[in-house]
Design a protein around this ligand. Structure first.
Ligand code: SF4
Ligand code: SF4
Length: 194
């Protein structure tokens, strides 16, 4: 097994831990997010690291959803590359992983998503609400695990934040490369001009 495969497996385990801690905290704090099926928060321009992207791509490959998600991400790259965060939010552009109001990678969803928990009513999460939603501060809950995740690699390209659709596309190319050349164990990212 090459270095990158090991890195993906280690990242996956930490991300699952973060997702789990966030769910436990949501229950403790009685957050409406636990029973919400509105997905308003899934219509923002989410940013993730390539580490998270690689874990999501591995998950989608196993579930069989990867081709569908790749198609959407490719179309987003063409249509929304220059759309700023505010315009994205007010236009309610759905995340490429959102299907039938559910996240296709819920178990390994991005840290930004897992830790986005509110105390306020779901409607306040829409751009149509004139009041602000009230977020629960999750810093203390996820801090240690996020640090551990970032310490897994010294490659800055892997921990830089990118729009989710871009990170998924790049991660899928990297994963494809690993499958073609499974013995690659040096800095694979140098092949992607990142
Ligand atoms: S953040 Fe808002 S829209 Fe998202 S799950 Fe929580 S209450 Fe629902
Ligand atoms: S990755 Fe999942 S949880 Fe996050 S915005 Fe997309 S659909 Fe929602």
């Amino acid at each position: 097994m090459n270095d990158l495969n090991v890195l993906v497996i280690e990242s996956e385990s930490i991300i699952k831990r973060i997702v789990g801690s966030c769910s436990i905290e949501a229950i403790k704090q009685d957050s409406p997010c636990m029973s919400c099926n509105k997905s308003y928060c899934c219509k923002r321009n989410i940013t993730i690291t390539l580490l998270e992207g690689l874990v999501i791509v591995k998950y989608l490959r196993q579930s069989g959803d990867l081709p569908r998600v790749i198609k959407i991400c490719e179309s987003y790259l063409k249509k929304y590359k220059n759309v700023n965060d505010l315009a994205w939010f007010t236009s309610e552009i759905p995340c490429p992983l959102l299907k039938d109001s559910k996240c296709l990678a819920y178990e390994v969803r991005p840290i930004e998503c897992a830790s986005h928990l509110v105390r306020s009513k779901p409607f306040l999460c829409t751009p149509r609400s004139s009041d602000e939603y009230e977020r629960i501060n999750m810093e203390d809950v996820i801090y240690k695990d996020v640090l551990e995740l970032l310490k897994l690699t010294e490659d800055r390209a892997l921990v830089a934040q990118l729009p989710l659709y871009e990170a998924i596309l790049i991660s899928s190319y990297i994963m494809k490369y690993i499958s073609i050349k499974p013995d690659t164990d040096d800095s694979i990212l140098s092949n992607f001009n990142l």
